[in-house]
Design a protein around this ligand. Sequence first.
Ligand SMILES: NC(=O)c1ccc[n+]([C@@H]2O[C@H](COP(=O)([O-])OP(=O)(O)OC[C@H]3O[C@@H](n4cnc5c(N)ncnc54)[C@H](O)[C@@H]3O)[C@@H](O)[C@H]2O)c1
Length: 282
Amino acid sequence: MSIGKVMVAGAGIMGSGIAQVCIEHGISTLLVDISKERADKGAANIEHFLQRKIEKGRIKPEEKEAALKLLKTSGNYADGKDADIVVEAATENMEIKQKLFAQLDETVNENAILCTNTSSMSITQIAGAARHPERVVGTHFFMPVPAMRLLEIIPGILTSEKTVEKAMEFGQMIEKVTVKAPDTAGFLVNRIFEPMRNEAIYLVMEGNSPEDVDTAMKLGCNWPMGPLELADYTGLDTLLASMTRICEETGDPKYRPCPLLKKMVNAGMLGRKSGRGFYEYE
Ligand SMILES: NC(=O)c1ccc[n+]([C@@H]2O[C@H](COP(=O)([O-])OP(=O)(O)OC[C@H]3O[C@@H](n4cnc5c(N)ncnc54)[C@H](O)[C@@H]3O)[C@@H](O)[C@H]2O)c1
């Protein structure tokens, strides 16, 4: 097995989900954020989700303990220099990601591959910040990471075949189904899915209630969650970043982010993570 240790950079919703899946599959994982405190917060979330799995009878307490033993946290990437794979799941911002990849490329051993979990940005552009772009690849996970089976693997223009193969191997190790996706805005899934959620927000802006829009899609299309519930769940800022990129890259006004989405993000209404979006959360 060529993957013994993973470093996850970014301990938010996605990073902690990715780290959880890794430790549940027996892989030593270092969870890193801008401070050790933030990384510890991510670890506390993992602990919470594993506890819930025990309560639902899905895992045994000893499995939780065994998984948590494989998890370490840090505020410093240098602690992960011996990792075989780095999965970056930091804030969706090109400047942050490029800085991070330039730094990771210098810090992590030369055999490691560097993956980004960006949902909307060009893998080729992120890789451009690294001295070795051939080892950079997109690994796009879906939320919630432990439950969603798909992993999109997105090669940039300079990504080597070896890097793609290692990313696929990683996907198999953590029991995800991998598909190769193009390095274009939205990759495969979001190119279809983000405009649908954006359209749902237009309907709210036009005076329809979020409850009606969500009920319509749940009962009319058999969706397990409504598009607005899902937008709240995954974060309105992430959706806005994604729509902005699809619109800019295609130059097609049909992808214009809904003005209400922009307003809500400007107001700090980011969905579940800020306590308020289309719905309110405790
Ligand atoms: N939320 C989703 O549904 C979803 C789905 C697929 C992909 N993504 C992508 O995953 C990434 C993370 O999204 P999220 O929803 O977990 O965001 P989040 O806001 O929950 O977490 C981002 C984390 O990154 C940390 N961070 C910022 N700069 C950093 C740096 N330089 N080094 C290390 N950590 C840093 C922040 O402190 C924060 O803890 C984004 O690129 C996003 O587009 C999100």
